[in-house]
Design a protein around this ligand. Structure first.
Ligand code: MLT
Length: 234
């Protein structure tokens, strides 16, 4: 079975045990994770608070702190995928806290496995999931508990890839797939109307949006192992 949780605020409606959870924050946390780990970042430790992130920085981690789309003062990185692909973070351990993506991840602890999804690794992730026996729950990070379009589009795209191998019962799956069908041929134009595009475009994040909606740029699956997200290695 595949289900879509449209906001982390709805997570208490789902049983996480025995499920494979796919965390999705297309703009931009999970896109950063996929791009960073595919480009040589050693590991990413997601934490909920700025304080936890600062503590890890004191232990030698590179600190990535984002709130409301901005890099938080005192942190090494903000939340642009281009920062995660730079030479400065190659082979480094990164500690990361973001407004929504890392919060959704922390709330999903308790699942059998937690994977990171983005358009950047869509097909590779789907092919992995098709070979698993566990139910899949796609968790959209949303925006401060609210529904958001770009995560739902990705959830629809992934659910569509899985439709021959998994059944679904939730209307959220039908809704997300329908939305994806409407937007898939020109996601960029579709997202121009979205709230987070507007937020990021004020911060010159337009090029991040173009980057994050590319499909299948990387053949990797980030997976949570203990406290760290690392590349799944089979
Ligand atoms: C988040 O986790 O809230 C986001 O990825 C926000 C952002 O675009 O920086």
């Amino acid at each position: 079975k595949v289900d879509i949780c449209l906001s982390p605020n709805l997570l208490n409606l789902y049983k996480l045990e025995e499920k494979i959870v796919v965390i999705v924050d297309i703009l931009r946390a999970t896109s950063c994770m996929v791009a960073g780990l595919a480009s040589g970042v050693k590991s990413i430790t997601p934490v909920a608070s700025l304080e936890e992130c600062t503590n890890l920085m004191e232990q030698g981690f590179i600190g990535a702190g984002e709130r409301n789309g901005h890099r938080v003062e005192g942190f090494d990185l903000g939340n642009s995928p281009f920062e995660y692909m730079s030479e400065a973070v190659r082979e480094k351990k990164v500690a990361m806290t973001t407004t929504n993506g890392t919060q959704a991840l922390v709330l999903s602890k308790g699942a059998e496995q937690i994977l990171i999804g983005a358009f950047l690794n869509l097909s590779f992730l789907a092919n992995y999931l098709k070979k698993q026996n566990n139910d899949v729950l796609i968790v959209c990070a949303g925006w401060k508990g609210k529904f958001c379009i770009e995560d739902t589009l990705f959830a629809g795209a992934l659910a569509k890839e899985l439709e021959n191998d998994f059944h679904s019962e939730d209307d959220s799956v039908l809704a997300a797939q329908t939305l994806y069908e409407v937007a898939q041929n020109d996601m960029y134009s579709y997202l121009l109307q979205s709230s987070h595009y507007k937020r990021l475009s004020h911060l010159e994040g337009g090029k991040d949006v173009e980057f994050c909606i590319q499909k299948d740029k990387f053949e990797v699956i980030p997976v949570l192992k203990g406290q760290e997200i690392v590349l799944w290695e089979g």
